[in-house]
Design a protein around this ligand. Structure first.
Ligand SMILES: C[S@@+](CC[C@H](N)C(=O)[O-])C[C@H]1O[C@@H](n2cnc3c(N)ncnc32)[C@H](O)[C@@H]1O
Length: 278
């Protein structure tokens, strides 16, 4: 995901959920209220969710904030877009890899947030163990990520078609680790305990998002499509059209928009919210 401009124009679902989660759980984070208070956001993307919903929930606007992302494009974009904020920094971090260099550079944090990122990480144990290491003792984290979403089934289906198979050979890497899991809460709980968390809450919610019109769904898919960098522009468009074709053949609810000239797509998904204290 290297397209911050596109992401920023098509992240209505992610923004809606981040706002709801911060309203509902933001006050569970044990804010200290001093200027040294530090917060790390993992997978910050374009940075707007961190700026618009996380920072406003903190008691002081001058706390030390670090937004991170595995994508250098995203980090560069966020740094430039939010350069006027002197206490907000951005850096690269792959939360699913070795992080000693990062810990040496930035140390540990009072709080960690992460929205719509952790389902992209293959090595869940390592990701959660890194989060544990990055927290100060007594620090806490609020993490939201997808358990299930039909988008992942569609990737799977397209990967089996002869037309797209060579572009989606590693499709499993981009499917939520919990997509086909019977009891994601139990699995996530086991991981949290195994990396050292003893105090945590896991909530899994059934949610719905309505994409108003084919173009709106296409833009949202393109903004997070991990395969598009392997395709020419024409092929990317072709892929999105085939994607819509699969959606229309699925049992997802579909209805006419109010103007009667377009469809709206009613997408159900399962969102995980974890609150944990070290
Ligand atoms: C859907 S965006 C979410 C951005 C932002 N948190 C929001 O809610 O709008 C997911 C972000 O996670 C990043 N990401 C994916 N894998 C990651 C990893 N292993 N470590 C850190 N960031 C990662 C992607 O580059 C992308 O910017």
């Amino acid at each position: 995901m290297n397209k911050p401009n596109l992401y920023l124009r098509s992240n209505g679902l992610q923004r809606r959920d981040a706002e709801e989660i911060m309203n509902k759980y933001g006050q569970q984070l044990q804010w200290k209220g001093d200027a040294k208070e530090s917060l790390l956001d993992i997978g910050c993307g374009s940075g707007d969710v961190l700026i618009d919903f996380v920072i406003p929930a903190m008691p002081r606007a001058d706390a030390q904030i670090l937004g991170t992302d595995v994508s250098e494009h995203m980090v560069r974009f966020a740094r430039k877009a939010h350069s006027s904020r002197k206490n907000v920094f951005f850096d690269t971090l792959d939360i699913g890899a070795e992080i000693n260099y990062f810990l040496d550079k930035w140390g540990q944090f009072d709080h960690i947030t992460s929205f719509y990122c952790l389902h992209w990480v293959r090595y869940q144990n390592l990701a959660f163990s890194n989060i544990f290491s990055l927290l100060k003792t007594g620090g806490d984290c609020l993490l939201a990520f997808l358990a299930r979403n039909p988008i992942f089934d569609i990737y799977g289906q397209l990967s089996r078609s002869s037309k797209w198979t060579k572009y989606l050979t590693d499709v499993d890497k981009y499917i939520s680790p919990y997509q086909y899991c019977e009891n994601p809460a139990a699995e996530i709980g086991e991981i949290l305990s195994s990396v050292g968390f003893s105090e945590y809450k896991i909530q899994i919610t059934d949610k719905i998002y309505v994409y108003e019109g084919i173009e709106s769904l296409k833009k949202a898919v393109q903004a997070v499509n991990p395969f598009s960098e392997r395709m020419t522009r024409n092929l990317q468009e072709d892929f999105l059209n085939d994607y819509i074709g699969v959606v229309q053949g699925m049992s997802l609810s579909q209805d006419y928009c109010e103007n009667g000239n377009d469809y709206k797509f009613i997408t159900p998904y399962k969102l995980v919210v974890v609150y944990a204290v070290k």
